[in-house]
Design a protein around this ligand. Sequence first.
Ligand code: 7TS
Length: 405
Amino acid sequence: MVNIEEIRKEFPILESRIYDKPLVYLDNAATTQKPKCVIDTISNVYTTMNSNVHRGVHHLSQVATTAMENSRETVRKFIGAKHSHEIIFTRGTTESINLVASSYGNTLLKEGDEIIISAMEHHSNIVPWQLLHARTGVKFRVIPLTGNCKLDIEAYKGMFNEKTRLVSVTHVSNVLGSTNPIKEIIDIAHSNDVPVLVDGAQSIPHKKIDVMELDADFFAFSGHKIYGPTGVGVLYGKELWLETMQPYNGGGEMIKSVRFDKTSFNDLPYKFEAGTPDYVGIIALGKAIEWVNSLGIENIAAHEHELTRYAVEQLKTIPEMRIFGEPDGAAVSFLTGDIHPADLGTILDRLGIAIRTGHHCAQPLIDHLGIPGTARASFAVYNTKKEIDALIQGIKRAVKMFTQC
Ligand code: 7TS
């Protein structure tokens, strides 16, 4: 079990007052707040070991390099990867997916080949494939949704043909807060000899991930959604794929030798890490994961599931409430009567309550639902039922304001 009051003390920002009200931060799917140990790590790295990594013989460079590589090992263990060289540091989920779209796409795909994505993807798992299509003529097909906003697995099974080269789907929807049957999705793809990229942006903070058990070919996530700093993310890729793929960023560290007539690339993982990496952020991400490990991801998940269950139950007590999909993770999307989500978000903000409103960078899903957007409350380990009560009171107040107009 986790002690929420003790955990909250580790997050300085949770002490904030917004419009003289205590902050109720329910926008964790966008980014989580940071515990003091992560904030201190950033300061400590700059204070005690700042030096560019991998290139220096001097002491500081070696200390920084060791700390960065320790983070890679921490990530490897956290997601159950076989080798630490299968962990590529990127700027976030978006860059990780773009890396695959560019490197896998440029190396292994040709005009007419097909990729399968789904109707509930974040724009970060749509636009890279559109760009690939514009460059190469590779097409993508979209898994449709069933009436209750689940992926239509029967339709998915029928989408494979001899041209299918990759499946790229989200593990957990950032809009609906629902979990896709990712193991089944992977097994179906593999039975067709097709590899799978999992967008883990919304699952990594809330679920135990074991990429080997899932048999995922690629797994992408962002550090800032799991209590780590912004600007750092991860692409896990099976060695076989990463060895085969050409790098798409050129520059320092990703080379073995450079001549004007020929460049040879570095070994994994450095082949895909051109330029000075955000080693400060990477070291702080390692700290964030250690912090999550100290609580236990299963304990975090149990608390968040209970919050989500409670939020859904309480939201349903409000007349004209519509909840979209079947949230089973740590986010819930809703609309109340005719109140525009942006208006609701603004009223809640004045009460110190931070939720997110709009299309959540998943416009095709919002279009499918035939709505202007949703209001979304999303939870982290430091949230409490008292905060959900504040949200419910805030929504009721907004409803009252609108019915009086
Ligand atoms: N994929 C999913 C499923 C996401 O939820 C997000 C961010 C991304 C990819 C992109 O992550 P990034 O760190 O590279 O930006 N989702 C959200 C959100 O729901 N609200 O703000 C960002």
